[in-house]
Design a protein around this ligand. Structure first.
Ligand code: DX5
Ligand code: ZN
Length: 217
């Protein structure tokens, strides 16, 4: 079963509550939250006060993708808010393994997010400690960018290493996901799909989510 995680980055922020209800009704499995600080990425979105508010409204698990230079400051508040999945970029912390453990100790699912140019081998030593790996298929910062096929090679290497180690974790793809690539991505072993503009730029969210699901066989 594939999990579709709409990214509210492409939602109408003036109508956030309505938008969240709409994607849930449309069949979203997870709600993807792109937290950007204007430093790690050249864009600024929202932080903890908004996430706390979203958590009160949302009925689906929340997935916080931290594109910030101080992700460790978010872990405890995200756990308190009831967030389920948390990923951070390894170049933003000194001790990746320690931070992964902290996320899990707080009762959340831990993920490491890798930019397109980051080697996937970076997560190999800690595979057994991870619940998921988020592979960026665009450079982080903005919605609506074109999918980078280089991610296929990284999925393949990650899958091989998972098999070799018997590691059970999920692969999440983030950026440029559409009905044209989701089938191949799923075949390659991806189970969590972030989709922002593909869903929110349409006025029929349910149809878009359905179209993504139908393109996976
Ligand atoms: C980019 C974000 C993505 C983004 C995806 O930095 O991490 O989650 O919202 O948007 P689309 O699906 O439009 O590429
Ligand atoms: Zn994201």
């Amino acid at each position: 079963m594939v999990k579709i995680a709409p990214s509210i980055l492409s939602a109408d922020f003036m109508r956030l509550e309505e938008e969240i209800r709409a994607i849930e009704k449309a069949g979203a499995d997870i709600i993807h939250l792109d937290v950007m600080d204007g430093h790690f990425v050249p864009n600024l979105t929202f932080g903890l006060p908004i996430i706390r508010r979203i958590a009160k409204t949302a009925t689906r698990p929340l997935d916080a993708h931290l594109m910030v230079t101080n992700p460790q400051d978010y872990f405890q508040p995200l756990a308190d808010a009831g967030v389920t999945y948390v990923s951070f970029h390894p170049e933003t912390v000194f001790h990746v393994h320690r931070e992964v453990r902290r996320i899990r100790e707080l009762g959340m699912k831990a993920g490491v997010a890798l930019n397109p140019a980051k080697p996937v081998q970076d997560v190999f030593p800690i595979l057994s400690e991870l619940d998921f790996v988020l592979l960026m298929s665009v450079n982080p910062g903005f919605g609506g960018q074109t999918f980078l096929p280089l991610v296929f090679e990284k999925i393949k290497m990650l899958k091989n290493e998972m098999t070799r180690k018997g590691a059970d974790l999920e692969i999440e793809i983030d950026g440029g996901v559409t009905h044209t690539n989701i089938g191949d991505l799923a075949k390659a072993g991806v189970s969590m799909f972030v989709a922002g503009s593909y869903i929110f730029q349409s006025d029929h969210y349910e149809k878009q989510i359905e179209r993504l699901r139908c393109s996976v066989n």
